[in-house]
Design a protein around this ligand. Structure first.
Ligand SMILES: [Zn+2]
Length: 172
C-alpha cells in the first residue's frame, strides 16, 4: 500500500519510507498529478534498491546464517544461547522460522532471503531465545526485545505476509 502525503512546508524534497505495511511518500504540496505519479514510482524504486542493498550477508549460506546467529547471541543475549546448526529451508506454510531446543537447531524459511538484514536479525533472535525459553510469555519477550528493532521488524513481517497473501501470522 502506498500513501501519498503532501506538505506545504516542503518546497522541493521528496521522501519515502516504510510505516508498517505502508510506504509513505512525502511530496511538496504544489506538485502536479503528473509529477506526483513520476515521483511515487521513482521513490518506490529507490526504496526497493536501498532495501536490497541492506539485505543480510547471512543470506548467502547456512554457514553465514550460523555466524550471524553467533554475533546476535553475543551482542543481545550475552552469549547465553548457542545454536548447533542454522539452515535455510524451503518456505514453511505458516512460519518464518522454527527451532528444536533439544538439539539446538534452527531452520529459516527461504521467504526471508531478501528481507532487510535487520528484519532477518529479529527472526534469528526470536529463534535463539526459543532455544532458552519455550512459548511466548513475558519472559520470552523480555529477552527478544533486547533486540532494539523487534517491534519494527514484526510490523515489516506482518506487512510482507499480508501483501504476499501468505497468511503467516506467527514466527513460532
Ligand atoms: Zn516464537
Amino acid at each position: 500500500m502506498v500513501e501519498v502525503r503532501r506538505s506545504r512546508r516542503r518546497s522541493r524534497t521528496v521522501t519515502a519510507y516504510r510505516e508498517g505495511d505502508t510506504v509513505v511518500v512525502l511530496l511538496p504540496a504544489r506538485m502536479t498529478r503528473a509529477e506526483e505519479k513520476h515521483w511515487v514510482a521513482e521513490m518506490l524504486g529507490r526504496l526497493e534498491r536501498s532495501e536490497t542493498r541492506r539485505r543480510s550477508p547471512a543470506r548467502t549460506s547456512d554457514d553465514a546464517l550460523l555466524a550471524r546467529c553467533q554475533q546476535l547471541a553475543a551482542r543481545h543475549l550475552a552469549g547465553k544461547t548457542e545454536p548447533s546448526s542454522v539452515r535455510w529451508v524451503a518456505p514453511m506454510r505458516t512460519r518464518w522460522a522454527s527451532c528444536t531446543p533439544a538439539d539446538g537447531t534452527i531452520r529459516v524459511s527461504e521467504r526471508l532471503r531478501d528481507v532487510p538484514g535487520w528484519v532477518l536479525d529479529y527472526v534469528l533472535v526470536h529463534e535463539l531465545v526459543h532455544l532458552l525459553v519455550p512459548g511466548h510469555g513475558a519472559d520470552f519477550w523480555a529477552l527478544v526485545r533486547r533486540y532494539p528493532k523487534t517491534e519494527r521488524a514484526m510490523g515489516y513481517l506482518e506487512g510482507l505476509s499480508a501483501a504476499a497473501g501468505w497468511g503467516i501470522t506467527e514466527e513460532d
